[in-house]
Write a protein that binds this ligand. Sequence first.
Ligand SMILES: Nc1ncnc2c1ncn2[C@@H]1O[C@H](COP(=O)(O)OP(=O)(O)OP(=O)(O)O)[C@@H](O)[C@H]1O
Ligand code: NI
Length: 456
Amino acid sequence: MSLQQSRMDEPILEVENLQTTFFTDKETIRAVDDISYTIHRGETVGIVGESGSGKSVTARSIMGLVDSPGRIMGGSIKFREPTTVDRLARLFPKRTAEIDELREEHDLVDLVDRLLSSGHRASELGGDQYAGADAETLVREGRVDMADLVEGGYAAELGIVREKTFVVRDGAEGYVEITNAPKEGLRKLRGSGIAMIFQDPLTSLNPVYTVGNQIKEALRLHRGLTGKAATEEAVRLLEAVSIPDARRRVDEYPHQFSGGMRQRAVIAMALACEPELLICDEPTTALDVTIQAQILELLDEIQAERDLSIMFITHDMGVIAEIADRVNVMYAGELVESAPSRVLFDEPKHPYTQGLLESIPSRNVGGERLRTIEGEVPTPNEQPTYCRFAPRCPEAFDACDAVHPVSVDVSTSEAEHTAACLLYPEDMAREDAVAYHQSRGATTARADPDEVSDDE
Ligand SMILES: Nc1ncnc2c1ncn2[C@@H]1O[C@H](COP(=O)(O)OP(=O)(O)OP(=O)(O)O)[C@@H](O)[C@H]1O
Ligand code: NI
C-alpha cells in the first residue's frame, strides 16, 4: 500500500456506466454490463471475480483494445492526468474542447434555450426538481454548465464542438474521454499515460529480439531516447525491477530468462513509457508462490516511488489482500461489491464476496473444509431483470429472480462501501428493500444518455 496518501483523493480514472458487448454469431454477450468505479492517484484497485466475470474486458476497454465482434456500447472512461491531457490536446486540436473558450464564444442561456425548444426537458438537463424550469433558471442556479453540455453530448448536438470530443480542458482541469478516442489517440495513450501487463509475459516479449532492444524500442518510441542513452536507461530499468547482473542480461533473449525474470522485464518495458496508470491482468497467475510474492513486492515499491496508480486484476483473493487499497468484485459483467480492502475482508456484504472469501485456503485453518461456490458464472447474454448470482446464492429468495439489484450504500464507517444485492439496505424490511431496488433500477434506465441523443 502506498504511503503517499496526499494525492490519493485525486481521481485519475473514472469509469461510468461502461458497457462492452460482444456480438457473436450465436449470442450477444454483455461482458461488461454497466459498471462504474474510480481509481485515485497512487491507489491500487483490485478487480476480482471468477473466470468469465468480465475483468479482462474491463481492462481492454480502458486500453482501447476491444476488437470486433466487441464494442463499447455505452458509458464513459475518463482519464484525468494533466500531462497526458496537455499532450493529447496539442496532438488532436480538432478533437479537443476548451471549455473556457466555449464559455467566451457562446451564451449558455441561449444554448440551453435551444435545447429546450428542440424537445429536451428541463428535468433531463437539470434534474427532477427542475421539471418545467426555463433556460435562465437552469443556468442561474448552476444546474447546467458548459462542461455539462460537452459531457452530455449536447454541445455536439448543438454543433458547437465536433461530434466526438476526445480531450476536454476546463481551466486547469481536464480529461481524456477514452471511449471517444481516435485509433491514433489510443495508441498515444497506450504509449504513455496507461500501460498494461498481461498474465503471460511472452505475449509482450518478442522472442527474436534481446530484452534490452525491446526496452530500447519502447524508450525510442515514447521518450525519444536512442544510442547509449537508451542502453543506459534500459539497464537502469532492469535494475529498478531487480534483475541481477542487468548490464549483462540486457543483451539476452527472452528465452534465457526465467518466468519471473520475464515478467520483471515486461514491467521494465511498461515503466519505460512512464505510465501514470498501470493495468495488470493476472500478472502473477502463471508464477510460483515465491516469485509471485516477489513481483507483488516489486509493484508495491515501484508504486511508492512513482505515485503510480494500479488496476490489478486477479481471481485470487489472497493476492488482492496483499496488494489492493480498494477492491471491486465483479460477477457476470457487473460490479457486485466495492469497498476498501480492509473493510471488504472484515465485513463482506455481498453473498458472492462472502463465498469468494470462504474459498481462500489460508482463511480455513484448523482443518476446516475448504468451500467453493458451486456452479459457474453464467454468460451475461441478456438484459438482467433478475440477480445473475441468484442461482448460486445461498441467501437467494423469491424476489431475486424478478428484480435486478442496484448498487446500494452498505457502509458502516466513513469508507465508501457498496453492494448490489436485494438483502440491502439492511435496515429496511425485505419488501421495502426490494421496492427500493425496483424503483432505482427503473430510474437508471431512463437516465441513459444514449437514449436521449438517439431519439432526436
Ligand atoms: N473476443 C471475444 N469474443 C466473444 N466473447 C468474448 C470475447 N472476449 C471475452 N468474451 C466474453 O466476455 C466475458 C468476459 O470475459 P473476460 O475475459 O473479461 O473474463 P475474465 O473475468 O477476465 O475471466 P478470466 O479470469 O478467465 O480471465 C466472457 O463471457 C467471455 O466469453
Ligand atoms: Ni481475464
